[in-house]
Design a protein around this ligand. Structure first.
Ligand code: PHE
Length: 341
């Protein structure tokens, strides 16, 4: 038995275990219930009494030796994970993952707001669910104006008061004038609703930006200068503007503004219907009735307002032919605008 113990000691000493699996193999072979060490213990019971002392000591030492060997094998297998670090670039970035891109309407809205904020306008917002006063009555719409008709306006309630989805952001004009005293210089971005059949060229909701400036001695020339600066900044320094007389209940005089066609540079093309001009906004001097309705004295103050459709300008910039693309949220369409910048 002593020889057996010696031989085992040698075997254990030789055992190579450089992986965790090998270490486990070692444990099962020598230290488990059915392992060699336990088998020796069994045999030890049969040993004649006079040999028990020497053999017992030798067996104990073997047990200590195997346990220590097991612990040291285990430790070194854990610390060396068998990976060749020289082949790994630890400075490499993690795998990339897709992130969203900004919606084209948001891109153009932000561009427009930036241009006006550089000219001293601050951003104001108002509710999309409105009442008749803020959308129509305060803005000098006659009681029988066609815009109030069910065919244009989405009504939520009709009696005792009219509650509706705003048809234009001009309602924020009124809300701001009721709340603030002049000088007022604001731009109001937001979504508006009109009861239109949805097609490539019309939608039942779209986005506008309304501008308003109220102060002493504000003139039409101020309005024209601000709009010219806006057009040049957004469409390029070569851009020309043209103001055509128009009508809005809340401005007098009123105008519509065209810019020289961004596509043909004013030469005439199918986009501008060979005219060289494209309409982009409505504007005018705030009607004295509107100032009065909001508690501002029209004998002291005057002002101008303008309103534009963001979809229309985005179309001009990006040539999107179908308005429905803006609200269908097809990521393949939306992702194009990151690179368009
Ligand atoms: N509110 C008008 C519209 O929706 C646009 C506009 C705003 C015109 C301000 C003049 C002044 O069509």
């Amino acid at each position: 038995m002593l020889d057996k113990i010696e031989a085992l000691r040698g075997e254990v000493n030789e055992f190579k275990a450089d992986t965790q699996a090998k270490v486990e193999e070692f444990r099962i072979k020598y230290l488990s219930k059915k392992g060699i060490l336990n088998q020796l213990m069994e045999e030890f019971r049969e040993v004649p009494n006079d040999q028990k002392k020497t053999l017992g000591q030798a067996l104990n030492q073997l047990k200590v030796y195997i346990t220590e060997r097991f612990n040291s094998l285990k430790e070194s297998a854990e610390s060396s994970s068998n990976v060749d670090f020289s082949s790994i670039d630890l400075t490499r970035s993690a795998t990339s993952f897709p992130i969203g891109s900004r919606h084209p309407i948001s891109i153009i809205r932000n561009d427009i707001l930036k241009i006006f904020s550089d000219m001293g306008f601050t951003v104001a917002e108002g509710p999309e669910i409105e009442d008749d006063w803020h959308v129509f009555s305060s803005l000098n719409f006659p009681a029988d104006h066609p815009a109030r008709d069910m065919q244009d306006t989405f009504f939520i309630l009709r009696n005792p008061i009219d509650v509706l989805l705003r048809t234009h952001t001009s309602s924020v004009q009124t809300r701001t004038m009721e709340r603030m005293r002049p000088p007022i210089r604001i731009v109001c971005p937001g979504r508006v609703y009109r009861n239109e059949a949805i097609s490539a060229r019309a939608h039942c909701f779209f986005h506008q930006i309304e501008g308003l400036y109220i102060d002493k001695q504000v003139s039409f020339a101020d309005l024209k200068q601000v709009l010219l600066n806006f057009a040049k900044q957004l469409f390029g320094a070569e851009t020309k503007i043209r103001l055509r007389p128009s009508y809005f209940p809340f401005t007098e005089p009123s105008a519509e503004m065209d810019i020289s066609c961004d596509i043909c540079g004013g030469e005439g093309c199918p986009f501008c219907k060979q005219t060289g001009w494209v309409e982009i906004l409505g504007c005018g001097m705030v009607d004295p009735n509107v100032l009065e309705a909001c508690g501002i004295d029209p004998k002291i103050y005057s002002g101008y307002a303008f309103g534009l459709g963001i979809e229309r300008i985005t179309n001009l910039k990006y040539k999107v032919k179908d308005l429905r693309m803006f609200s269908e949220n097809d990521v393949r369409f939306l992702a194009e605008f990151e690179s368009a910048r």
